[in-house]
Ligand binder design. Sequence first.
Ligand code: K1U
Ligand code: ZN
Length: 172
Amino acid sequence: MSVRPIITAPDPRLKAVSEPVKTVDDEIRRLIDDMMDSMYAADGIGLAAIQIGVPKRILVMDIAQKDGANEPRVFINPQIVWASEETATFEEGCLSVPEIWDEVDRPARIKAEYLDRDGNKKLLEADGLLATCLQHEMDHLNGVLFIDHLSKLKRSMAIKKLTKAKKLKEAG
Ligand code: K1U
Ligand code: ZN
């Protein structure tokens, strides 16, 4: 298992639409283990495979309190099959959009189908942070970042800030 570098915006790879997983095999499970390690190492509560440069429809998540036991979750080929009309607003951040946090409105409750790490089909009903995080991570599978849900002005300010931070980092 290993920690892999997380891609940050603006990077064209984050705009890619990820491909469904055809077979859940040991190679996929090794990728999931690396994603978990990378998420915990970065102090995140979620991670999509594309954030480590792999365009496959896989998410990992752990929204448990930091001072409690880990509660790792894996979602392969997730699909939202129902979403409430009622929305909820959460302040979101993203490991691929460092140092930017803003409020995003999303459906408050969802039902999602997915495969677990053994390839079994599952159905999950989610609300609260779980629903928000799942929708945020599923957006990554379609090349969408949380800043794409903000106003044009806020998004362009965020991209400017990210581009400047990247240039400073590259200059050493
Ligand atoms: O990069 C990601 O997609 C993961 C992202 C998930 C997320 C957070 C908040 C709302 C929606 C989705 C993160 O994990 S950002 C980092 C984070 O949440 C955090 C980092 C340090 C301390 C506490 C929280
Ligand atoms: Zn994210």
